[in-house]
Design a protein around this ligand. Sequence first.
Ligand code: ATP
Length: 342
Amino acid sequence: MRALRVLSGVQPTGSIHLGNYFGAIKNYVKLQEDYDAFYCVVDLHAITAGGHDPTALEASTRTSAAIYLAAGVSPEKANVFVQSHVPAHSELCWLLNCAAPIGWLEKMIQFKEKARKAGEEVSVGLLDYPVLMAADILLYKADLVPVGEDQRQHLELTRDIAGRVNSLYGGKKWKKRKGGDVLMVPEAFTPKEGGRVMSLTDGTAKMSKSNPAEGSRINVLDTPDEIAKKLKRCKTDAFEGLEFGNPERPEANNLLTMYQLCTGLTQEEVLAECGSMRWGDFKPHLTDAVIAHLSPIQGRYKEIMDEPGYLEDVLKRGAENANEVANLTLRDVRDAMGFVQY
Ligand code: ATP
C-alpha cells in the first residue's frame, strides 16, 4: 500500500506573510515527516484575477518556493515544485471543465465575492479557479489537503467533480477493466492545524497578500525596522490589560495569538507574562518576538538565494517527481474519456 499523501500550495500573489507561514507552511514542515508530501507554488492560480504583473509573478514564484525551504520544508522529504511545471494540472482542468456543470461554479462563495469586486472584468479563470484546484488534488490522489476554512467549499466541489467523472466515464466496463474508479474521491479533508492570523489594520479580516494595505500584514521577509513600524502603527483598543478570546477585542486576541505562535508558549503562559501589560509595553515585546522568530528563516532564505542553481535544482527535481505521479492519473482519465493514446 502506498504512503498517505498530502498536497498543498500557496499562490505567488505577493509576499508570504505570517498568516501563510503559521497557517500553512509551518504545518508543511510537520506533515513531511509522516506523509508523501507534494508542496507546490500555485502560479496558475495566481493569474486568475486577470492582468497580473509578469515580473512580479516570476519573482514571487521563486521567493515563495525559497521561503518553503527556508522555513524547514526539506527537498529530501517533500516534493517542492511549481504548478505550471506540471502540464497535467492544466490538461486535467480542461477535462474536468467539460464534466463540471457551470451552475456548480457560479455558486462558489469566493467566486461571488471576488466577481462582485471585479465587475465586468471578471475572468473565466476566476470562475474556473476551483476546477483547477480539483485537478491539483485529484492528480495526486491526495489523502490530506490541509487548507483553511475558506477553501472548504472548494474541497467539497472537488469531491462532487470526481464523483461526476466517475459516474460519467467509470461505469461497469471501466471498473471491470481497472478494478476501481477513474478518480479517487478524497474521503476526508482534515482542516489545517495552526493559527489563523488576522490583519493588523482590521483584526476581523484575515491577513492576506492581496490586501492593498501593506501595513495590514507582516511579511516573512520584512526587515526588523519594517516589523517594528507595522506593529507600532497597528490597530489596538482602549481596554486595560490584554486578553484572548474577547469578541469585543479582536486586535488583542490577534496580537496575543501572534506572540503565542512566535514564542511557542501556551495561552496561560502568555497571559502570565503579558496579561497586565499596556499596549505601549506589549508592542515592542511582540516586535522582538516576531523578529527573533523570523530572523533564522531570513538567514536561511538568503543562503538559498545566494547559492547558484540550488533552488532551480530543487524545483526541477520536485517537478520530475510530480510529473511522474500526475501523469499516471491523467492517463487514466484520458483513457476513460476515450482519447487515443499510445
Ligand atoms: P491571496 O490574498 O492572494 O488570496 P492569501 O494570503 O489569502 O492570498 P493563499 O495563497 O490563498 O493566501 O493561501 C495559502 C495558504 O495560506 C492556505 O492554506 C491558506 O489557508 C493559508 N492562509 C492564508 N492567509 C491566512 C491567514 N491570515 N491565517 C492563516 N492561514 C492563512
